[in-house]
Design a protein around this ligand. Structure first.
Ligand SMILES: Nc1nc2c(ncn2[C@@H]2O[C@H](COP(=O)(O)OP(=O)(O)OP(=O)(O)O)[C@@H](O)[C@H]2O)c(=O)[nH]1
Length: 601
């Protein structure tokens, strides 16, 4: 019988930038898993984009052999988790595979919004938590103060919290010892029917779908015929292995083990995250309860600049989706932009990352429309429709009611900024739910807010009104009815469907004027007069005009000066990059984001 007593499965949880990835790097070095040759900053952040942005997007799991100070040998499975709110679902699924967590708190900053959110997730999964106070190499760090803050706010015993510098490596060895001493070993019966929890999966061009799972009970061997519980589909296990840190095949995995499996699966839906893997010949009767379905919250249109780029764009989107079950897309046609796609994302950061990857990795030239949330439309005949594209909103007279998604948001802020935060939340149609002092100088403010208001420029504004001191976390709560209207934008009299936005009626007029002005300013003056209008139904609420340009420009050139004339024409041509021609008007990418920026002045 294999023993689980030497296994420790743990995650590192932290607020963004508190040093999770840096600590993981030091752990890998200290245990000799990553030698000098492979050493590079943030080993676990594999994607180029992740490294550049310094954030962790995809959870990475690594098996670390560790010999403790008393000579006992252990296997530590470190499951790295992303810190940004867009990816909190990945945190939750990773935690489900662990018995414990290191809670990293930046000792210069203290408890922040996602520190709390992540601790709650860890407690939901009954994890043992080891507090780690990081960045003690910095003179402004206050580990004792932060330890009492954690005790006070979270109620977590910090008497044995470990003060470290993940940067210099100071005290990281104490963290390893605490992992083996304080975290419980996994339990599980190797003879019981197989019960393995899928907590991650991705597509690999050589191996097909790679399933990352945690064995709860039973034993799985290479060649076993397995059954995916929810779909009742069977597959043959072609590879079993662990990442240590590179992939390494193993003949079998037993209770408490964390590893990967390949089984000739072609699609991520063959192995849904949260599902249970069991054996055909002796299936479990007690599958894991599973995770909440991941739903995209933010949507935008993605259109190729040239129609010929449609197919390559489709291929690129399909490739990205292979590795990102949270990203959705479907074909969409716009009168203004032609054939393209409607894409759904977890949040704005997720959207930015996908757009950037399309451009960098696939060389796609895109027009992206302004992000939108999904709306629930109840028609006068009682049918309910969810729309994620404002231009698809039915005619006003056929709508009985319109509901928008709301989130519950917790904002942590030093008390001198409370007034500014309240003002911002009120401007964003927020409903204040709670306000309490965390410490004598720090406050948690709870608001319910329409998600659409956040999608626009909330984070930037929050950061700017609090000089960067606020942190926040939010979760989706429900759809709520609101008095919303569709704002159409017209260019030279034609409605441009891709520019439509849904806004609150009370703000429609002000907003329409602001968008019209931004739009006018972002469309370069051209050969023809360009009239930009904002309208609700047939009622025009704003009008802006761009006078024709070219005649005037070239007229200044006294006919003879051909170089100057060419320069001007070249300049105009340059401006045409990433433009979409609509009738006679060239519209640049930034014009499609006018709706986003209208509110920011
Ligand atoms: N001075 C100092 N800086 C540190 C320490 N640990 C991390 N940092 C720095 O803090 C920043 C954030 O560290 P990361 O390890 O990327 O933080 P993270 O929590 O993994 O961030 P996400 O993956 O984006 O959630 C980086 O610039 C690190 O170099 C430390 O002990 N001392």
């Amino acid at each position: 019988m294999s023993s689980t007593s030497n296994i420790r499965n743990f995650s590192i949880i932290a607020h963004i930038d508190h040093g999770k990835s840096t600590l993981a790097d030091r752990i890998l070095e200290l245990t000799g898993l990553v030698g000098d040759r492979e050493r590079r900053e943030q080993y676990l952040d594999k994607m180029e984009l992740e490294r550049e942005r310094g954030i962790t997007i995809k959870a990475q799991t690594v098996r670390i052999p560790y010999t403790a100070k008393d000579g006992r040998k252990y296997v530590l499975n470190l499951i790295d988790t992303p810190g940004h709110v867009d990816f909190s679902y990945e945190v939750s699924r990773s935690l489900a595979a662990c018995e414990g967590a290191l809670l990293v708190v930046d000792a210069t900053q203290g408890v922040q919004a996602q520190t709390l959110a992540n601790v709650y997730l860890a407690l939901e999964h009954d994890l043992e938590i080891i507090p780690v106070l990081n960045k003690i190499d910095l003179p402004s760090s206050d580990p004792d103060g932060v330890a009492s803050e954690i005790e006070e706010i979270i109620g977590l015993d910090c008497s044995s919290a470990i003060s470290v510098s993940a940067k210099t490596g100071l005290n990281v060895d104490a963290v390893l010892e605490a992992i083996v001493e304080k975290l419980p070993a996994p339990k599980g019966d190797p003879e019981a029917p197989l019960r393995a929890l899928i907590f991650d999966s991705w597509y690999d061009s050589y191996r097909g779908v790679v399933v990352m799972f945690r064995i709860l009970d039973g034993t799985i061997k290479k060649g076993d015929r397995i059954l995916i519980h929810s779909t009742r589909r069977a597959f043959e296990t072609t590879n079993l292995g662990v990442f240590s840190p590179e992939a390494k095949d193993v003949p079998e995995l037993g209770p408490g083990d964390v590893g990967f499996m390949c089984a000739n699966m072609k699609d991520l839906s063959d192995a849904p995250v949260g599902d249970t893997v069991t054996l055909m010949r002796n299936p479990t009767t007690t599958p894991f309860p599973g995770f909440k379905e991941i739903k995209p919250m933010v949507f935008c249109g993605l259109y190729p600049v040239e129609p010929a780029e449609y197919d390559p764009l489709k291929t690129a989107l399909e490739k990205l989706q292979l590795n990102d079950a949270a990203f959705r897309f479907e074909p969409e046609t716009s009168q203004a932009l032609g054939f393209g796609f409607r894409a759904g994302f977890l949040g704005l950061l997720h959207m930015e990352i996908i757009q950037e990857r399309l451009e960098r990795e696939f060389g796609a030239k895109l027009i992206a429309t302004a992000p939108s949330v999904a709306y629930k439309v109840t028609a006068t005949d009682g049918t309910v429709l969810v729309i994620d594209n404002p231009s698809k909103l039915p005619e006003q007279q056929s709508i009985a009611s319109l509901a928008e998604p709301f989130v519950r948001m917790e904002i942590h802020v030093p008390n001198e900024f409370v007034g500014a935060v309240l003002k911002l939340c009120e401007e964003k149609r927020g409903i204040q739910k709670d306000m309490r002092y965390l410490t004598s100088t720090r406050v948690i403010i709870t608001y319910e807010l329409p998600f659409a208001e956040i999608v626009y420029d909330f984070f930037d504004k929050l950061k700017s009104v609090t000089k960067g001191y606020a942190s926040m976390d939010y979760e989706f709560i429900d759809f709520r009815e609101a008095d919303l209207v569709k704002l159409d934008m017209l260019i030279n009299g034609d409605v441009v469907d891709a520019l439509a936005v849904i806004v609150h009626r009370e703000r429609a007029a002000r907003y329409g004027r602001a968008v019209a002005l931004k739009l006018k300013n972002s469309i370069p003056r051209q050969l023809y007069e360009v009239i930009v209008q904002a309208a609700i139904g047939t009622r025009v609420i704003a009008r802006e005009r761009n006078a024709p340009l070219r005649k005037n420009v070239t007229a200044k050139c006294y006919g003879g000066d051909i170089t100057r004339k060419r320069k001007l024409l070249e300049k105009q041509k340059e401006g045409k990059k990433r433009m979409k021609k609509m009738g006679s008007v060239e519209i640049p990418q930034e014009a499609f984001l006018a709706a986003l920026k209208a509110d920011s002045d």
